[in-house]
Design a protein around this ligand. Structure first.
Ligand SMILES: [Zn+2]
Length: 110
């Protein structure tokens, strides 16, 4: 589990999802809620950033974006030797955290 500094709680967790990943965001959200319950990430929300697919052909070096993820044949030389530059996997981008509100004793005295 992710550890946050004491007194902080996560508000938003940003993740990048490659175009090759088939991820159901609703399922993720539900899983996230039960996974993070009573942790430092409790009640944080997931924010998804979609990363487009970028391919480089190993044969001719051409970089391109395939029209659809299943089509990885080079448009220039027709070689099926793709190297995925971007768009694969799920990455944690950043976690937004805020200080947990403390009971402010100085304000209650008036
Ligand atoms: Zn090529």
């Amino acid at each position: 589990m992710t550890h946050l500094p004491t007194g902080m709680r996560a508000v938003e967790v940003q993740i990048e999802i490659g175009a090759l990943e088939h991820l159901d965001e609703q399922t993720m959200d539900t899983a996230w809620m039960s996974l993070t319950e009573r942790t430092a990430l409790d009640s944080s929300v997931l924010r998804y950033y979609h990363v487009d697919l970028a391919i480089r052909c190993r044969s001719c070096g051409m970089e391109y974006q395939p029209p659809e993820p299943a089509c990885l044949i080079c448009p220039k030389c027709n070689a099926a030797t793709p190297e995925v530059l971007r768009g694969k996997g799920i990455l944690l981008r950043s976690i937004e955290a805020e200080e947990i509100e403390q009971l402010d004793e100085s304000r209650t005295s008036s």
